[in-house]
Design a protein around this ligand. Structure first.
Ligand code: DG2
Length: 248
């Protein structure tokens, strides 16, 4: 049996401001830093240990991982960064406040943009300064690999290919793995691992900073999963994520 840990980064500056973030590289808030440290302490207290870590190329997930490893006295654990674990690209919505967007376009439209499986938000224009082609960290990517918007389906495709090429072989070789990533790149991984239907993934929300443990059989099929946290606190945090798209 293999055990892996999935962790959404701690609260980011734009989580606090309730803005669509996507590939925007915002840092953690003080609360986010504390969430990450608390996750590290909880993992250590529960006897978890890691040989290898995977994360995105966005600093909110990277810093969360650093803080977890620091709390566990494991800063030497090798880290693999990949853009394929980045948050879903939120296209032209990036930077907009979710509640204001719901007030303007309707809660149903925002719900579809946030949670429908195959609908992508409006794309960035090629001339938009936010275009990933302007960011040096993506220089090695082919132009056709650079998203200007993504549906969750697009995110599943890149996360699943990274899982199969990099993460699954490491787990099968006996490495104990932690993955720190984002609300939607983790929803994508969960959809892929649990073979959730396109309908069932719509209702899944992942809170910041609470470790999600997956137990996998020898073929990496999930046996069970659970959050490392008080169930009532987890349920409230999950509901708060769902509510971010309400006009208020
Ligand atoms: C959030 C997720 O991503 O947003 O891009 O706004 O996990 O990096 O904070 P994260 C964003 P929702 O899909 O929950 O609106």
């Amino acid at each position: 049996m293999h055990k892996i840990v999935l962790l959404r980064h701690g609260q980011s500056l734009w989580n606090r401001e309730n803005r669509f973030t996507g590939w925007t590289d915002v840092d953690l808030t003080e609360r986010g830093v504390e969430e990450a440290r608390a996750a590290g302490r909880a993992l250590k207290a529960q006897g978890f240990d890691f040989d290898l870590a995977f994360t995105s190329v966005l600093k909110r997930a990277i810093r969360t991982l650093w803080l977890v490893l620091e709390e566990m006295d494991r800063v030497w654990v090798p880290i693999h960064n990949s853009w394929r674990l980045n948050e879903r690209h939120y296209g032209a919505l990036q930077g907009l406040n979710k509640a204001e967007t719901a007030a303007k376009y309707g809660e149903q439209q925002v719900f579809l943009w946030r949670r429908s499986y195959d609908m992508a938000p409006p794309a960035l224009e090629p001339s938009d300064p936010r275009h990933p082609g302007n960011d040096p960290r993506y220089r090695a990517l082919r132009p056709e690999e650079l998203p200007v918007t993504e549906s969750l389906k697009d995110t599943v495709a890149r996360c699943a290919s990274y899982w199969n090429e990099a993460i699954a072989p490491a787990i099968q070789a006996g490495r104990r793995v932690i993955i720190t990533a984002h609300g939607n790149s983790l929803r994508a991984l969960v959809k892929y691992l649990d073979r959730l239907s396109d309908q069932d993934i719509v209702g899944l929300n992942i809170p910041t900073g609470i470790p999600l443990v997956y137990e996998l059989d020898q073929d990496l099929k999930p046996l069970r999963h659970y959050y490392l946290g008080d169930p009532e606190t987890v349920a409230k945090a999950v509901q708060a994520v769902a509510n971010q798209g309400l006009a208020r």
